[in-house]
Design a protein around this ligand. Structure first.
Ligand code: ARG
Length: 466
């Protein structure tokens, strides 16, 4: 990026009597980060030029020269030969100045009937729409990867937790499907946000519209928007869509941070439920034995960063009077960073999930440890006619006795069990096994492996319809 402010004529310089202060130039520029809007800026300008020609505001020759010039600039940028100038402030004025340099005075006609205010609003919406589609595609892929793993592990028993204490046995596949559901809502949220992103502010001009006979529906169609925005003041000042996106992204990151926390726990020697290949881990510079789950830890950490960007965008918009204010230039860095971060984290998960190896024996042993089938015993007693509260009490006593003897419930003899409740019969042992416990939860949304496989099939059908 060049910084030779002395030689550059500002596109808005007409009324100014002295040149911009050097600090102010650096302070107010945005091209150092908004340059990445260039594909959308060019696409928007081409649509604008086409519309000006259709409306008879630009001649056919002028429009053709402008469009060819813009296309030439696009290939210069892609080839890395474009000379970005900090003194030209932002992506919009860099491209417009380059156009005039390239095709002469005709370039100066492009900005007829528009302002940078509707231009930037259009660029960001096009950019955000594209990024939503990329992010949603990775979410779908990740969901499919989770379904594959869930299918492989549908019969794997692990302890399910509440309060991080062993609660009831669950299928590992079922646990993974809980992650699938979270991502499904994330996908839906992005798609919902996309509807409000996909509206065209172009033609709102500075704030009040323009005196030229423009056709906003035409530019909206050319750019693939669903409709033009309805109010010119709102069009240039609205950044709700960015806030909504940041909120949706923050929820994605909150979910990924929860997955990460579980992976970190499961990888630890204390749990030892799963293994993650070396490529997702790093060592310690002092402790030779260490193998740290850096990737999930970093994803967990980056969730704070994205939530921070949501707060930045909310605070940025708070109390802004209508219509456009320069404050809005501050929307880009948080927006860019949050989108990059979410995509990187989702991609990290996309490569990690299929690489997860389960230590099924350890999961099983852990499920055996915490009296995970106590509820099953209580339910068994209820089915024998014992009121649930009494059953709860009886099983509590059985658990206390088993703890004392350092045994699992299924290791108590029938006589011992009968001692707690005479209704107990031989068949009780079926519900005290882990498989018995799982299979008994055989209803929609339950953890029985049969239900897990059914849920996977339904989910696959849903993904196929996207
Ligand atoms: N770089 C500016 C932004 O990002 C473009 C719009 C500037 N408009 C203005 N009237 N100064 O918001």
């Amino acid at each position: 990026m060049s910084d030779n402010s002395g030689d550059i004529t500002k596109l808005w310089g007409g009324r100014f009597t002295e040149s911009t202060d050097e600090f102010v130039e650096r302070f107010t520029e945005s091209v150092s980060f908004d340059y990445r809007l260039y594909p959308y800026d060019i696409e928007g300008s081409i649509a604008h030029a086409r519309m000006l020609q259709k409306a008879g505001i630009l001649s056919q020759t002028d429009a053709r020269e402008i469009i060819e010039g813009l296309e030439g600039i696009r290939s210069d940028i892609e080839r890395g030969t474009f000379d970005w100038q900090v003194a030209l402030e932002d992506v919009h004025m860099n491209i417009e100045a380059a156009l005039t340099k390239r095709i002469g005075d005709t370039g100066k006609k492009l900005h007829t009937g528009r302002s940078r205010n509707d231009q930037v609003a259009t660029d960001i919406r096009l950019f955000v729409r594209h990024e939503i589609d990329r992010t949603a595609a990775i979410i779908s892929e990740l969901q499919a990867a989770l379904l594959d793993l869930a299918e492989r592990e549908a019969e794997t028993v692990m302890p399910g937790f509440t309060h991080l204490q062993t609660a009831q046995p669950v299928s590992f596949g079922h646990h993974l499907l809980a992650w699938f559901e979270m991502l499904d809502r994330d996908y839906q949220r992005l798609m919902d946000c996309r509807k409000r992103v996909n509206l065209s502010p172009l033609g709102a001009a500075a704030l009040a519209g323009t005196t030229f006979p423009i056709d906003r529906h035409y530019t909206s169609d050319l750019l693939g928007f669903s409709a033009p925005t309805a109010n010119s003041l709102d069009s240039v000042s609205d950044r709700d869509f960015a806030i909504e996106l940041a909120a949706a992204a923050s929820i994605v990151m909150t979910h990924l941070s929860r997955f990460s926390e579980e992976l970190v726990l499961w990888i630890s020697a204390q749990f030892d439920f799963i293994q993650l290949p070396d490529r997702f881990c790093t060592g310690s510079s002092i402790m030779p034995q260490k193998r740290n789950p850096d990737v999930p830890e970093l994803v967990r950490g980056k969730s704070g960063r994205v939530t921070g960007h949501l707060m930045a965008l909310l605070s940025l918009m708070k109390s802004q009077p209508l219509a456009y204010n320069k404050d809005n230039q501050e929307d880009k860095e948080p927006l860019f960073d949050l989108l990059d971060t979410v995509r990187d984290c989702l991609s990290a998960y996309l490569s990690m999930i299929p690489a997860i190896e389960c230590n099924r024996d350890n999961m099983r042993k852990a499920a055996m440890k915490g009296y995970a089938t106590a509820t099953d015993l209580a339910d068994y007693l209820v089915k024998k006619g014992v009121p649930f509260r009494d059953a709860h009490e009886i099983v509590g006593q059985a658990v206390a006795s088993a703890i004392q003897q350092k045994k699992d419930l299924c290791e108590l003899s029938l006589e011992e069990l009968k001692g707690f409740c005479s209704e107990i019969g031989e068949e009780v042992f079926e519900c005290l096994t882990l498989e018995g416990s799982l299979n008994a939860r055989d209803h929609f949304g339950g953890t029985a492996p049969k239900q897990v496989l059914r849920a996977i099939n339904t989910a696959r059908d849903q993904l196929a319809q996207r």
